[in-house]
Design a protein around this ligand. Structure first.
Ligand code: P6P
Length: 314
């Protein structure tokens, strides 16, 4: 693909209105990417000494990334409201009071991997404003206008959908821009990889799930599990197969959050020709009742998801 199309020129062609909304996200994630690369030198590895609403220990880099996104998105005037994994309640920036979008984000997903230099990411989901206050964030995932993630890895990539398919952009730090490197991304119909934390198998409360995993092993599938949703989903988009974080006796609604993890990822997966389900219903059909609610997640290639549903409903 080379350097023919940068993110800005791509969006200007695809959707000028959304261009205005996505540019501050691009600016924020460029700063985050640069900090992730030198976190060990900037003294921002390690724990921040507090827990978030999820009851999870906050890493210093979580907080830094969260503040960078809040600053850029608030200053942009493009968003009426911001919801973050790191914020108990949404915030409504002064400059966004007439804006037509709201955004939910996980500023740095995969925190447990920060200190060991394994891929982490930023996930974001944009909805149209429909009224005042929190109700704007409680819309079904199928109504998203933009869903995307940034994966901070050997390359920094931004993968995005505005509802017209999925496109991947690779960041060139020497130029300071994201360039279209993966146009029109599509999941293979079938993969050879399953991605699930099998350490939880004794706690899984879904009848048929163990038998399904056994069946995949019998078909010669291999297991790949990075423990950062962004990285596991990105590999699934490229190579196909299935990523799952099921409910279990400890987490009756699963661990992953609907608004800023499962819903944007489900939107991207379905835009790329895959499927994303809770095991009972399409993730994109869920009507949220709480901005931090969790959901079981099974997403990936059509073949694996349809086979899974056969086992779960069998
Ligand atoms: P476990 C990271 O903390 C995260 O929220 C997701 O990025 C990831 O998929 C999941 O949790 C990993 O959870 O319980 O397997 O370590």
């Amino acid at each position: 693909m080379g350097y023919t199309t940068d993110l800005g020129s791509f969006l200007l062609k695809e959707d000028k209105q959304l261009f205005e909304a996505i540019m501050p996200i691009e600016s924020a994630v460029k700063v985050i990417a640069s900090l992730v690369k030198v976190a060990g030198l900037e003294g921002i590895l390690g724990k921040a000494g507090k827990t978030n609403i999820q009851g999870e220990e906050v890493q210093k880099l979580d907080e830094v990334a969260n503040q960078i996104l809040i600053d850029y998105l608030s200053e942009s005037g493009q968003f009426y409201g911001l919801a973050s994994e790191e914020l108990d309640q949404p915030i409504f920036p002064e400059k966004g009071k007439d804006a037509q979008y709201v955004i939910a984000f996980d500023p740095l997903d995969g925190s447990s991997n920060i200190d060991v230099n394994v891929n982490i990411g930023t996930i974001f989901s944009i909805h149209k404003r429909i009224g005042d206050g929190v109700e704007n964030f409680l819309q079904e995932g199928k109504k998203q206008v933009v869903a995307g993630y940034v994966i901070y890895g050997s390359a920094t990539m931004l993968v995005l959908s505005t509802g017209k398919g999925v496109n991947g952009f690779t960041f060139d730090p020497s130029v300071g821009s994201f360039f279209l490197s993966h146009p029109d991304m599509k999941l293979p119909e079938k993969g050879k990889i399953y991605s699930i934390n099998e350490a939880n198998a004794e706690k899984w409360d879904k009848k048929g799930l163990k038998e399904y995993i056994q069946a995949l092993k019998g078909e010669g599938y291999t297991l790949r599990y990075i423990g950062s949703m962004v990285a596991d989903v990105h590999r699934t988009v490229i190579k196909g197969g299935i990523f799952a974080y099921p409910s279990d006796r400890k987490n009756p609604n699963g661990k992953l959050r609907l608004l800023y993890e499962a819903s944007p990822m489900a939107f991207l997966i379905e835009q790329a020709g895959g499927l994303a389900t809770t095991g009972q219903e399409d993730i994109l059909d869920i009507k949220p009742t709480d901005i931090h609610q969790r959901t079981p997640v099974y997403l990936g290639s059509k073949k694996e998801i349809q086979q899974l549903l056969g086992y779960l409903q069998g």
